[in-house]
Design a protein around this ligand. Structure first.
Ligand SMILES: NC(=O)c1ccc[n+]([C@@H]2O[C@H](COP(=O)([O-])OP(=O)(O)OC[C@H]3O[C@@H](n4cnc5c(N)ncnc54)[C@H](OP(=O)(O)O)[C@@H]3O)[C@@H](O)[C@H]2O)c1
Length: 300
């Protein structure tokens, strides 16, 4: 990987399957990595492993729950207080919930964790990202192209979202007709849409914003999607998937590959730029999602 000495990288979901690899690899390349996690002890092993591998970079930990507005603001403030410049932000935290949950702020949980956490980190770190002419990478999911959990032959079904839906983020993913994987897909699509609006604004200072699907990767997130009756065979499912290191490579590439200098507003499936459904190109919708997130961050 390109040498990253003298750079600062922020990684959310740093305790997870892919997050741990992203943190370790950025540190190995010489970056000072701010690992954002709910529990710092889950980062201790990453730090120890990086040290054993002789990684020259430093790993700092900022703890916080990105599902709440208060947590999101606290994490962003902690990062900004310590770092005037951020050169890489990997919005990797994410979750899939088997049932409908509502956060303390009244958001459906996928909207909070798979969308607002990424939007909020990017928005609230605006100044350090601009000073660092940063690369922002949003780890999303190919469910933004097809929200069917099982892809039987037939036309893809992208998640549906309208400007009216997003006018109030609390109305996204309502109880009526709730399907967990579609709710996850819709939240990831909101991240792609808002990311494109953010790319336009941040581009004036050389900041790029891209989204990536890492492939199907053997992590806790996927373990949680295996139906209860099939849990004893989870190892079989895992064996068919990419390793966390193979999955993490996609975000690392977008975060560091010199060949991608200046690339922005793109969507990649692993290492290939991939077209998105028309809904993702709707500039009015991109702006509506951006405004809704901005309002929510300010007023709750
Ligand atoms: N695995 C796949 O096949 C796949 C496919 C497409 C996209 N993705 C995306 O890849 C990203 C990484 O996921 P993964 O597969 O590596 O899964 P993972 O091992 O479950 O990691 C998810 C990470 O997100 C963190 N997180 C969850 N809720 C959070 C919250 N409220 N506040 C702060 N952090 C929170 C988790 O923290 P804790 O350790 O505290 O739980 C964990 O570090 C996610 O955005 C996911 O949607 C994964």
């Amino acid at each position: 990987m390109t040498a990253l000495d003298g750079t600062t990288a922020v990684v959310t979901g740093a305790s997870g399957g892919m997050g741990r690899v992203i943190v370790a690899e950025l540190a190995r390349a010489g970056a000072l990595v701010v690992a954002v996690a709910r529990r710092s002890e889950r980062i201790d092993a990453v730090r120890a492993e990086a040290a054993r591998a002789g990684a020259p970079g430093t790993i700092e930990v900022v703890t916080g729950d990105l599902a709440s507005l208060a947590g999101l603001h606290r994490v962003a403030e902690a990062v900004s207080a310590r770092h005037a410049e951020v050169h890489v932000l990997v919005n990797n935290a994410g979750a899939h919930y088997a049932d409908r949950r509502v956060t303390v702020d009244g958001l459906e949980a996928h909207v909070a964790v798979d969308h607002l956490a990424a939007f909020g980190m990017t928005r609230l770190l605006d100044a350090p990202l601009r000073r660092g002419s940063a690369r922002v990478v949003d780890v999303v999911s190919d469910s933004v192209r097809d929200a069917r959990q099982v892809r039987f032959p037939g036309p893809a079904r992208p998640p549906r979202v309208t400007a009216q839906d997003v006018a109030d983020l609390r109305r996204v993913n309502p109880a009526d007709g709730f399907v967990p994987f579609e709710a996850y897909a819709r939240a990831k699509l909101l991240t792609v849409l808002a990311g494109r609006a953010a790319a336009r604004r941040l581009g004036t200072d050389g900041v790029t914003v891209n989204a990536v699907h890492p492939g199907l990767v053997a992590t806790e997130l996927v373990d949680g999607m295996v139906p209860a009756g099939l849990r004893p065979f989870r190892w079989l499912v895992r064996a068919a998937l990419l390793t966390p290191a193979e999955g993490a490579a996609a975000a690392l590439r977008l975060a560091t590959d010199p060949l991608l200098d200046g690339a922005t507003g793109q969507y990649h499936v692993r290492d290939r730029e991939t077209p998105l459904p028309a809904v993702a190109d709707d500039v009015d919708l991109q702006e509506a999602v951006y405004r809704a997130g901005d309002t929510f961050l300010r007023d709750g």
